[in-house]
Design a protein. Structure first.
Length: 296
């Protein structure tokens, strides 16, 4: 996933180019100063000047990065390389190289440290060590070696001053491309965030419509239930009774079924045996039977 991130790829390219510029200076600066007649003590002093200039930048690295950002610090490193190369191309007194060596604190110390911390922001804690190791490999391995080889070829065929001028143009182009690339990336990220925010707002609106529709349906259903209850109470039909009658001699068997209309529960049934009341026909039949018995 890291290799699909354009910011990570651009960081790799930046570290490789910075390493190439560093490798060229490490390999050919002393040769150039020797051609100008610099003593070995002066050559050693240039190294001391470069190392000492990096100390304050490294100490105050955190506030500097917070102020200008990782992109600004790395782009400033390329610009400082351009100033150094242009300065070396224009000097004839080897002592003047000390002024430009003072910029090494930005081009090496601050720039490399900003690249490492920027790498930690572009990845998760699981990949941070691998990404920083790749940055270091590209800087000190691939970049430095490429700068020595390409710089040596240019130094031999073009001469020292023309080579420094070519390196000035290369470092300026690196700074410009690096800045333009990240301006484009920031614009793209803002556009994506805006689109994502608009999409989330649309989803929230749709969710609200669904919720309101569900609430209205629930209220409607509740109102129908309440109106049904009121209608049932008004008509006095809490329940219903069904009676089935079956005569069996002098008894009536009546089956009574209770049904709850509202709850629709299981019907309750029970059977009652009720004595059949005597009718006038039955009493007359009894009197005739008694008279026949007496006549006999």
């Amino acid at each position: 996933m890291l290799m699909h991130n354009p910011e990570v790829l651009m960081l790799f390219v930046a570290m490789m180019l910075a390493g190439a510029f560093f490798g060229f200076l490490e390999a050919f600066l002393f040769w150039f100063l020797g051609d100008l007649g610099a003593s070995r003590s002066l050559m050693g002093l240039t190294v001391t000047m470069g190392a000492a200039s990096a100390i304050p930048f490294l100490i105050f690295m955190s506030p500097i990065v917070n102020k200008f950002g990782h992109i600004g610090v790395i782009a400033s490193g390329f610009l400082m390389y351009a100033i150094r190369f242009a300065g070396y191309a224009s000097i004839y007194d080897p002592v003047s190289a000390l002024y430009f060596e003072a910029l090494e604190g930005v081009t090496i110390g601050l720039m490399l440290s900003a690249g490492m911390t920027y790498a930690s922001e572009l990845c998760t804690t699981k990949n941070i060590v691998s990404l920083q190791a790749l940055c270091g490999t590209l800087y000190y391995g691939v970049g430095k070696g490429m700068g020595s080889v390409v710089g040596g070829y240019m130094y031999y065929h073009l001469g020292a001053r023309k080579t420094f001028r070519m390196m000035t143009v290369a470092s300026l182009l690196s700074a410009i491309i690096f800045i333009i690339f990240h301006i484009y990336i920031q614009h793209r990220n803002r556009r994506r965030e805006r689109y994502r925010a608009e999409k989330e707002n649309l989803l929230e609106d749709d969710d609200m419509e669904i919720i309101q529709l569900a609430i209205s349906k629930a209220k409607k259903k509740k109102g129908e239930k309440e109106s049904k209850k009121r209608k049932t109470r008004k008509e006095g039909k809490r329940g219903s009774i069904q009676v089935d009658t079956k005569e069996n001699g002098i008894f009536e068997l009546r089956r009574v079924t209770l049904i709850d209309v509202e709850t629709q529960t299981e019907p309750v049934q029970f059977t009652a045996a009720i004595a059949t009341p005597e009718t006038d026909d039955d009493s007359e039949n009894d009197e005739e039977a008694e008279e026949r018995d007496m006549a006999e």
